[in-house]
Design a protein around this ligand. Structure first.
Ligand SMILES: *Cc1c(COP(=O)(O)O)cnc(C)c1O
Length: 382
């Protein structure tokens, strides 16, 4: 089948998927049919395996985008009398705090700004001072800046205090290793359309079975009740309400490809190579990354916008799109930035391609050098 050449998506999802994944959507499935139920069960089992969580956890899928799964996990796991500490260093941490307010559950936050990581010492101090905090919520890769938060260290300090941890691993799971046998946490939440390279349509949570068994009646919402979704699925093999059948079929195919590439290790290697090629090429044109090297994720990279007054993001975006690549705007409050993703069906050829497109876009705008304004660079080493 010959498809017209669409632009490559250098974004954190939805992202560029393989032809095989797209083709897996060319069949219709009955939602109550055994074949479809087996497909769902297989997908859930494979997700548990990716996190080495088969023994301890269950996988509960939920219709909707990733945020639905995050909201459902918080609503199901944090009791109405509970209290969460939400760690925020970007939009997705902020979103979890907003969800807690919508849920009318107690919540305190640690806000470390646009891109500084929360430290275990800060979490230790807050938990020591507040015994009412029952849960800590953290984002693994904060996609707004691309920073990789130190989840293992946060998990250790949370466990030491006897509190429970929920990880939004949306943009990390599938490419960054997570071993639930060793990581003390109650839930890891992710979705189809990030590092597993599926199409958008559902999210899922890997949840400690014992913890979930105690969560009946916590949720304020029927459709977001993961306890109910799990109990129904365990009983019937079916989703409670209309499942995104084609998305599940595409995801099963995407998981085959994930395994064929070498699982988490293989994917991490490709994304890391993409990132290294991208960062080196951008630096050669004068661009600077927002984050110091040790905080850069292989998922998405934030670059400072050029300091040259002729730079205009919309024109830059358009020129790059005309050359077949979609990049992503920045999401920072303080400095001008843009982002380029490394995930999806992207290889060295596409990363070279986007670098050429960036060079040509700068030339078209009359900008010699991508260097940012010196005053926008963060002098602090954190
Ligand atoms: C993508 C993402 C989400 C979910 O976003 P949706 O738009 O609802 O799919 C949540 N957290 C993080 C860290 C993400 O990258």
């Amino acid at each position: 089948m010959q498809l017209p050449r669409e632009p490559y998506l250098l974004t954190p999802g939805p992202l560029t998927t393989s032809l095989a994944t797209k083709q897996a959507m060319l069949r219709d499935w009955g939602s109550w049919d055994d074949d479809f139920n087996a497909l769902t069960a297989g997908v859930c089992q494979r997700l548990l395996q990716v996190a080495h969580a088969e023994e301890r956890c269950v996988c509960v899928p939920l219709q909707g985008s990733g945020t639905y799964a995050v909201e459902a996990t918080l609503a199901t796991l944090v009791p109405r009398t509970g209290k969460a500490l939400v760690l925020m260093n970007g939009a997705y941490g902020q979103r979890m705090a907003k969800i807690m307010h919508y849920l009318e559950r107690s919540c305190v936050t640690l806000n470390t700004g646009d891109y500084r990581p929360p430290t275990p010492a800060q979490v230790d101090e807050i938990l020591s001072a507040d015994p009412d905090i029952s849960h800590v919520a953290v984002v693994h890769c904060e996609t707004s800046s691309g920073i990789l938060n130190p989840v293992e260290a946060i998990a250790a300090v949370t466990a030491r205090h006897g509190r429970r941890l929920i990880i939004d691993a949306m943009s990390a799971f599938g490419a960054l290793p997570l071993d639930m046998r060793e990581l003390p946490c109650d839930a890891v939440v992710a979705s189809t359309n990030k590092c597993f390279e599926g199409v958008p349509g559902f999210g899922f949570a890997l949840i400690d079975r014992t913890a979930l068994e105690g969560c009946a009646g916590h949720s304020h919402s029927l459709s977001l009740d993961l306890y109910d979704q799990w109990a129904y699925m365990a009983r019937t093999g079916q989703w409670r309400f209309t499942p995104p059948t084609h998305v599940v079929a595409a995801f099963a195919q995407a998981l085959d490809q994930h395994a064929a590439e070498g699982g988490v290790g293989g994917r991490l290697a490709r994304y890391t190579a993409n990132r290294d090629l991208l960062v080196a090429g951008m630096q050669a044109m004068g661009f600077r990354t927002l984050l110091a090297e040790r905080w850069l994720s292989p998922i998405i990279v934030t670059f400072h916008s050029p300091g040259d007054p002729r730079f205009d993001f919309h024109a830059f975006y358009r020129l790059i799109k005309d050359r077949g690549f979609i990049i992503y705007p920045g999401k920072l409050t303080a400095v001008e930035s843009f982002r380029i993703g490394c995930i999806g069906q992207l290889f060295a050829e596409q990363m070279q391609g986007v670098l050429t497109a960036v060079r040509e876009a700068l030339d078209a705008m009359g900008i010699a050098d991508g260097a940012p304004r010196p005053e926008d660079l963060d002098p602090g080493d954190f």
